[in-house]
Design a protein around this ligand. Sequence first.
Ligand code: GLY
Length: 416
Amino acid sequence: MSNTFLPREKTRQTLQNAFDFAENQVSNLVKKYPADYYPMYTVKGQFGLDQKRWTHWCDGFYPGMMFIFAEHLDDDEWLEKAIGFSTPLEERQYDRAVHDLGFLFLSTYSRWLDLGGPEERIQPVLIQAGKTMAMRFMERGQYLRSFVEPASLFIDIMMNVGTLFHAGLEAEDQHLLDIANRHCETTRRTLVRGDGSTSHEALFDLESGQCLRQSTHQGYRGDSCWSRGLAWSLYGFTRSYLQSGVGQYLETAQLNAEYYLANTPPSGITPWDYDAPESGPLAKTQVDTSAAAISASGLLDLADATSDPTKARAYRDFALNSLLSLSEQYLGDKTRGFEGILNGGVYHIHKNLGVHEAVLFGEYFFVEALQKALDFLEEEAADAVLKAYPEDSLPASARNWADGPTEEEMPAPMEK
Ligand code: GLY
C-alpha cells in the first residue's frame, strides 16, 4: 500500500485521541455537577460559574454529546444518560420566546429517534417544536423572527428551521414546509452576500416588510462577516438542502464554503470575525474555535452532498485539517484543570462572556465533526485495502474467509 495513507493514519489517531478525551471530559462533568446542571461556557476553564445564559439555547448540546458517544461506542449507559438529560427539556417544545428549538431538539430528540427511541413518544415533540417555531413567522418580510424583536432576523435561525422541515414532512403539513422555504429564501436574499460572506442580523420595516439594513449583536459590525454566523449559514443551508432537496440551498452553502476556504487561514482555525481589525481589543488574532468546529461538521456534510468530486474533496480535506489543528492546538488537555473539551471558543466578545473558553456549541459540534471524520477515515481506509488487494486477486479460500474453510481445505484429522 502506498505510504500516502500514513498522514491519514496520523490524522485518524489524533482525532480518535480527541474523541476519547471528549468522552472523558463529559464523563467527569456528569460526575462532578448535579443532574439539573447544563453547562454552557467555562470561566477560567471551569464550568459551574457560567452566569448569563439568555435563552438557555445550549441545553441540548450536553445530552447531544452523550447521544453521539452512545451511538459511536454502542454504549447503553451513555444512551440512558442522554435520555435522562434530554427529557427535562421536553416542555420547551412550547417555548415561544426563543428561536432556538432546533438547537434544543435536533441535538437530542432527533438523535434519540435515530437511535431507535419510541416513535410515538418522540415524534410528537419534534412536530410540536416545528409548529411552535412556525408561530415566529412574519408574513410581512417572510422570515422567522429572532428572539430580540419582531423586526429582527438572525442567521442562527438557519440552524433551527430544520424543525419546520422535519415537522412539515412528518405531519404532511404543506404550510410548515412553505414557511420553512420562505424563511430560507429570505435569509439567502438578505443575509448571504454575493461573495458568500454573511451578516448576523437583518432588520425589517414591520409595515412594508422591506429589509432595511444588516446589523449585528455578536459580530464586529453589521457589514462584517462574523465567523460563527458564517458557520451557521454553511451548516444550516446544507441541512435545509438535505431536508428539502431545493438546489438553491446547496448552492448557497457552497457559496459560503467558497468564502470560508478562501478566507480562513490554512490551519482551518477561524478568526472570531473575518473583518475584525488587525490589532486592539477586538483584534482578529482572537480565534473562535467553535466556528471552526461547526464549519468542519457542516463541510463534511456538504462534501457528501456535493457531486463535483474536486469540490467535495476540497471541503472534506479542509474540514479534516481544521479538526487536526483543533485537536493539536486547542484540546483542553493542554491546560491543567481545564474542564472543557476545546479551548479558544467565543460566546459574546462584546460582553466579555466566554471569550477564549470552552463553549457548549463548540464542544457539541466538535464531537459531532470528530464522529463524522472518524467514520469517513475508517471507510476510506477499508476502501484503500480493497483497492490494494482486490477481492479477485486473492485465493478463493482467502476471499471466503468469513465462511470458514471448505471441506477440502480442512486439515486432515490428527492420527491417534
Ligand atoms: N445564539 C447563537 C450564537 O450565539 O451563535
